[in-house]
Design a protein around this ligand. Sequence first.
Ligand code: SF4
Length: 329
Amino acid sequence: MNASFPDSAAAATLPETGLPPLHLLIAAPRGFCAGVDRAIEIVERAIERYGAPVYVRHEIVHNRFVVDTLKAKGAVFVEELDEVPDGKPVVFSAHGVPKVVPMAATERGLDWLDATCPLVSKVHRQAERKVEAGRHILFVGHKGHPEVIGTMGQVPEGAMTLVETVEDVARLDFPADQRLAFLTQTTLSVDDTAEIIAALKARFPSIVGPRAEDICYATSNRQAAVKAIAPRCQLVLVIGAPNSSNSLRLVEVAEREGSKARLIQRATEIDPAWLEGVTSLGLTAGASAPEVLVREVVAKLGTWRQVHEEPVTTTEEHMVFKLPRQLMS
Ligand code: SF4
């Protein structure tokens, strides 16, 4: 079931500006992934079950519109568990949390629900298994991102080293007999990560890793869709938050394909000057941005120019994740 959001898109009226029409290539897949759908539904169902307020540790997903919509329904967002009052339910965000967080919630007797995306949880389990097997993990990810903090928090301190770039790989200093494994954050650039993994394998030939890197289907599919439209666009707009890893990667992918690209959170952020001389525009949305924001942008563009929409679909997605057991009955 898709999470429910109000339709805030205004109806477009065609302007008489004398400007050339705008050919709008809309990438698909775009927007909400199965992990985000699930996380939002967990908060909504928790509010129905427990009544408001339901506390959520960290933004449930990195999108202000989603957060504000859930706040209006009774969610209270906090950064740390000690901000949750005794006796109140708490949901952990889709990015995952270090192991100590649910442990602390249990010790306090809090009702907690884990909205960690199952694809992130899979990386958590892999990390535990590799460390149990006596391997040190090289984790490819972005420092400070909540998913990275959560995944590094699945294993004892010092059992995992963060690698962000090919240059970081060159600086690693492990003895020849060190048993190593690599894992990756789920929302990375497919191309950058392939380079980093190639560098790791070249430097440490006996390193082991997952059969395919852990970049999730949604991240890969959204990047592939942007690759398909960007060469045909003078500018690509990516709807997403500045702290949304997968959205930032979509901007980079579009730029690498030779297009200009801009990250926007809402239609109001579009500067009409960006569209001067642009007749072919691309549009996509990160995995935490709802479709209503895409329609809002299309409506806004329609107040400036005649817009001819061309959906460009590179693959169909049918992934659905189960809800936690506590919410199934
Ligand atoms: S982007 Fe990928 S890992 Fe993140 S919530 Fe969506 S499906 Fe899960």
